[in-house]
Design a binder for this molecule. Sequence first.
Ligand SMILES: Cc1cc2nc3c(=O)[nH]c(=O)nc-3n(C[C@H](O)[C@H](O)[C@H](O)COP(=O)(O)OP(=O)(O)OC[C@H]3O[C@@H](n4cnc5c(N)ncnc54)[C@H](O)[C@@H]3O)c2cc1C
Length: 337
Amino acid sequence: MVKTDVIIIGAGPVGLFAVHQLGIKGLKAVVIDNLDKAGGQCIELYPDKPIYDIPAVPECTGEELTNKLLEQIEPFKTNFYFNERVNEVTQDKENWVVQTNKNNKFVAPNIMIAGGVGSFESRKLSLKEAEKFEGKSLFYSVKNKEEFKGKNISIFGGGDAALDWALELSKNSKVTLIHRRNEFRGAPHTLSEIKKLSEQGKLSIKTPCELVSIEGNKDISEIKIKYEDGKTEQIKTDNILSFFGLIMKLGPIAEWGLSMEKKTISVNSDNFQTNKKGIFAVGDICTYPGKLKLILSGFHEAALASVECFKRARPNEKYRFEFTTSSKIIKDRLGKK
Ligand SMILES: Cc1cc2nc3c(=O)[nH]c(=O)nc-3n(C[C@H](O)[C@H](O)[C@H](O)COP(=O)(O)OP(=O)(O)OC[C@H]3O[C@@H](n4cnc5c(N)ncnc54)[C@H](O)[C@@H]3O)c2cc1C
């Protein structure tokens, strides 16, 4: 059980800035995200696209903004729990207890939900038999590439993730890249590398076709694919890697007894508290009269919510408003002289 002052759900731009606003007030936070990295929509949906409306930053990409936010919270040495979805929220007297799908438990007087449009989850294969192999020989992401060494790997997908892993894993394994269209959508350089490997017989490309069945008992032994003209082919396979993109699921957030409005959480705009004391919602996930789904609005919401978090986490201390430019305590917390 991890004890902290604030449990932040979501490592998007707003969750990251919340760490800063809590940190300068001397509060400790942990951040939990279902993705394998920080940045939320900025990193997952538009890492290379420019953003023009971050105050005092005329232009930056989604990735650059994420990196700057991470740099800004570096002094607080925050623990991040990636690849974990928060499933349950329960009350224990004055505290909230949060449990993830990996059965990790966190306890704190405050929860700040910065869950955006819900957790990002991999689009799964629709075949019924796929489920029994998931996490054993069928994967939707690669955590440790060493596990795939010397194997027969069938990779599905036509975007960057499928192409990048086909290229990487073909160094030590027999890779078949399968896509339902003839055209791939990856970076031109990666595509030309893939074509080169295919011409040299070091990687096999099958298009346009789709998966029709997976064979095997405990582990996968082979798969069957079908071409557009109806012809089928069996492929010896130890592992399937499927990269059909991500979907956003509000998922468990809707089941925590919070007052909701059209898939967003209603908050009061004085302190961004929900209908449950000590549970706050900030960023795209929250709604109130006049709400704008912009990063800068989320930053403001996190700043105000952090004041109320302070009052709940330090009931015997008085909250003092201070400027970062002149506060010695804040400068100490930031490691500045
Ligand atoms: C193409 C595009 C362009 C945009 N351009 C701009 C722009 O120019 N300017 C601007 O201000 N805004 C822009 N936006 C909007 C901006 O990206 C969002 O307002 C911002 O990302 C919201 O941040 P957030 O931290 O609230 O949520 P998100 O960025 O959505 O992050 C939420 C995180 O919470 C995680 N999460 C959710 N539920 C759970 C759970 N139960 N357990 C664990 N983790 C969970 C998700 O996996 C996700 O990583 C754009 C959006 C898009 C799609």
